[in-house]
Write a protein that binds this ligand. Structure first.
Ligand SMILES: Cc1cc2nc3c(=O)[nH]c(=O)nc-3n(C[C@H](O)[C@H](O)[C@H](O)COP(=O)(O)O)c2cc1C
Length: 141
């Protein structure tokens, strides 16, 4: 399968998780590409069988926590995702609150079929990567 892992990262943690996800998918025999969202073209989105979108979260810890604004803006400008399997993840420091749901709703409104979702605490990013990738791939197959 053609797996595209796209991410928005400010400090590098989400990038690192995205790279680990891509490596895991590649180790499992898939053609995986990892890119920042800002460098991802519509053609790459269209060509992917399985898309995985990752972002850091921003807010005021106890309220107003949401996916990074750049991620939400990027999603609202995407071409139609009808029929595409899209899985989501975020990295966070304290509590991601409803960030994954916001991410899912934004992608569903573009027509995506949502697969797996996972929040990774920023200091425990390597945990659960294999399980998350397995779930994302199985939904897309
Ligand atoms: C301006 C700013 C606001 C943040 N707000 C929150 C927050 O409300 N809740 C939370 O759990 N983490 C919050 N974080 C932490 C980041 O989401 C977390 O460190 C993330 O892993 C950063 O990913 P990155 O290194 O890819 O940018 C915030 C970070 C920044 C820089």
């Amino acid at each position: 399968m053609n797996v595209l892992v796209v991410y928005e990262s400010r400090g590098g943690r989400t990038k690192k998780v995205a790279q680990s996800i891509s490596k895991d998918a590649s180790d499992k025999g898939h053609a995986a590409t990892v890119k920042p969202i800002a460098e991802t073209s519509s053609d790459e989105i269209t060509a992917a069988d399985c898309i995985i979108v990752g972002t850091w979260v921003e807010g005021f810890i106890l309220f107003g926590v949401h996916p990074a604004r750049a991620t939400s803006s990027w999603i609202s400008a995407l071409p139609s995702l009808t029929g595409k399997s899209v899985s989501v993840f975020c990295t966070y420091a304290v509590n991601p609150r409803n960030s994954l749901d916001e991410l899912k709703h934004g992608l569903e409104s573009r027509g995506a079929k949502i697969g797996a979702s996972q929040a990774f605490h920023r200091s425990r990013t390597e945990e659960k990567i294999g399980t998350f990738v397995d779930a994302a791939l199985s939904v897309a197959m």
